[in-house]
Design a protein. Structure first.
Length: 243
């Protein structure tokens, strides 16, 4: 049976989160006068990324709310005992710089156009609906998706099977008729495969390795390779660079 729908991750799959976060935080730290505390911008950004990853893990484990992990990211990064209002204000100032750098990857619109008539589309993100709904609207692709599901509202995060199955349920399709496209080899790639979806891992820079496993995702370097995996009759597409 042919794949009927594609469910998409957002950050670093459709949206160039890493570049936007890097540019936004660099500008924010410079504006806040915080770069002098570090030997280099790279060191400051590495610290921010490590704090972000550790606090996000707490949210994914259900230990804190989405809003709490954002405030705690600020407190840990600054090493200060800030009030909720102070932490929120600092984060919102960062958001202003971050949003100024928002952009889709260049291969996104061509593949969405190519697959518009042949496949249904949805989003499953480990963020919150408030964040991703607005982001997709600003980027001009919100109306491309039938439904947008996020961990903060679902109460379950990728790579848990329940998150992927919730997306399938929202589309009223069994997992084997749904493809999931994401950038993280474990959270997206293995998670979707283990849940029974056709898993597609987008690895644009080829920086990751993948251990052999029974449930192994398709690996692509560009979304131009996706139509061939989906068996779409569109002429858009490119041969895989990971063979």
């Amino acid at each position: 049976m042919s794949i009927r729908a594609v469910v998409w991750d957002v950050d670093d799959t459709l949206f160039d989160y890493t570049t936007a976060d890097r540019a936004g935080m660099s500008a924010h730290l410079a504006t806040e006068g915080l770069l002098d505390a570090y030997e280099s911008v790279e060191q400051a950004l590495s610290h921010w990324r490590a704090v972000t990853d550790s606090q996000w893990a707490r949210f994914a484990a259900g230990e804190v709310s989405f809003e709490e992990q954002r405030r705690d990211r600020v407190r840990v990064f600054l090493g200060r005992d800030l009030t909720d209002a102070e932490a929120e204000a600092w984060f919102e100032r960062y958001i202003g710089h971050y949003e100024a750098a928002w952009a889709l990857f260049p291969d996104v619109l061509p593949v969405l156009d190519a697959l518009a008539a042949s496949h249904r589309h949805a989003v499953l993100s480990n963020s919150s609906l408030h964040v991703q709904d607005r982001k997709l609207r600003v980027l001009g692709v919100h109306d491309r998706f039938e439904t947008i599901l996020c961990a903060a509202e679902l109460g379950v995060s990728k790579p848990e099977a329940g998150a992927f199955l919730a997306a399938c349920a929202a589309l009223d399709l069994p997992p084997h008729l749904v493809a999931y496209v994401g950038d993280h080899p474990e959270i997206d790639g293995r998670g979707a495969a283990d849940a029974g979806l056709v898993s597609v891992w987008i690895d644009r820079n080829g920086a990751h390795t993948w251990a052999d496993a029974p449930a192994r995702p398709h690996r692509i370097a560009s979304l131009a390779e996706l139509p061939a995996i989906l068996g779409s009759d569109t002429r858009f597409g490119a041969p895989s660079t990971f063979r």
